[in-house]
Design a protein around this ligand. Structure first.
Ligand code: NDP
Length: 245
């Protein structure tokens, strides 16, 4: 509780965007709670772990998710920033995709964000201070073939974020989103449909092998947070310049 900076909570900190965000906020000395299922990967990040708590939790399990946040708050004080970043993208076509894959995406990408939001929002409203940044996607505002269920989940993130923003704006709480295009993370490694995976790679190759370094997505999150509390950058859409869609 002796920290001058408030608690930052990041979900999905074991790889990709979340791991980059962890490094940026750590350099600035924020006390952090880093959440993932693969905690061993978080512990290998190049961080100063003095004021970092690493906790194993599945964002789809609200009780487990809430317990680790309350533990961190007992040590570092109330959550001032929650980044709902954990997510999965399982490409496929609805006429043949295993419905369990839809369920995993909707549970993680939508229920996970709702869970995290409810866990911290009441206290933020009471304190009239706090920020929630949801990791959506360009697939949260436009369609992409082979992405139907993922698009459904990310349109959900856009819709719930803007709705909640309207509801809590008078409490001085910021709800914001970052919507990235294709970036180089572990996201594609969970895709089971090889045809859809090949299609994704061909799409990227057709634009000269586009690549977006995850660090720039992390910088966008930090840019939103670093603005004064009375300023809300509601959404940042960020993609490789060469990405045409
Ligand atoms: P990664 O696969 O590299 O990272 C995903 C992270 O989410 C991992 O740390 C993973 O940790 C965590 N995670 C997944 N499911 C759960 C769960 N049930 N509970 C807790 N943690 C979970 O991908 P990205 O960094 O790319 O993805 C981060 C976010 O960015 C996602 O929401 C994704 O949809 C979004 N996005 C990604 C884009 C891209 O092209 N990369 C583009 C647009 C948006 P662990 O497995 O250890 O639990």
């Amino acid at each position: 509780m002796n920290n001058s900076k408030p608690l930052v909570v990041i979900t999905g900190a074991s790889s990709g965007f979340g791991a980059e965000m962890a490094q940026l906020f750590n350099k600035d000395g924020y006390p952090m709670l880093l959440i993932a299922r693969r905690v061993e990967k978080v512990k290998e990040l190049p961080l100063n772990f003095d004021n970092v708590m690493v906790a194993k939790a599945d964002v789809t399990d609200k009780n487990e998710f809430e317990a680790v946040i309350r533990d961190a708050e007992a040590q570092y004080g109330p959550t001032d920033l929650l980044v709902n970043n954990a997510g999965v993208m399982l490409l496929g076509n609805v006429w043949r995709q295993d419905p369990n894959e839809w369920q995993t995406m909707l549970d993680t990408n939508v229920m996970g964000v709702l869970n995290g939001t409810q866990i911290v929002l009441n206290d933020m409203m009471k304190r009239q201070h706090g920020t929630i940044i949801n990791m959506s996607s360009l697939a949260g505002k436009k369609t992409f073939v082979n992405h139907a269920a993922y698009v459904a989940s990310k349109f959900g993130v856009h819709g719930l974020s803007e709705t909640i923003r309207e509801e809590v704006s008078d409490k001085n709480v910021r709800i914001a989103m970052v919507a990235p295009g294709a970036a180089e993370t572990e996201l594609l490694t969970h895709v089971t449909d090889n045809e859809a995976l090949d299609g994704y790679q061909e799409w990227k190759d057709s634009m000269g092998g586009i690549t977006l370094d995850p660090v720039h997505v992390a910088e966008s999150v930090k840019f939103i947070y670093d603005m004064p509390q009375e300023v809300n950058i509601r959404e940042i859409d960020i993609a490789a310049t060469r990405q045409d869609s």
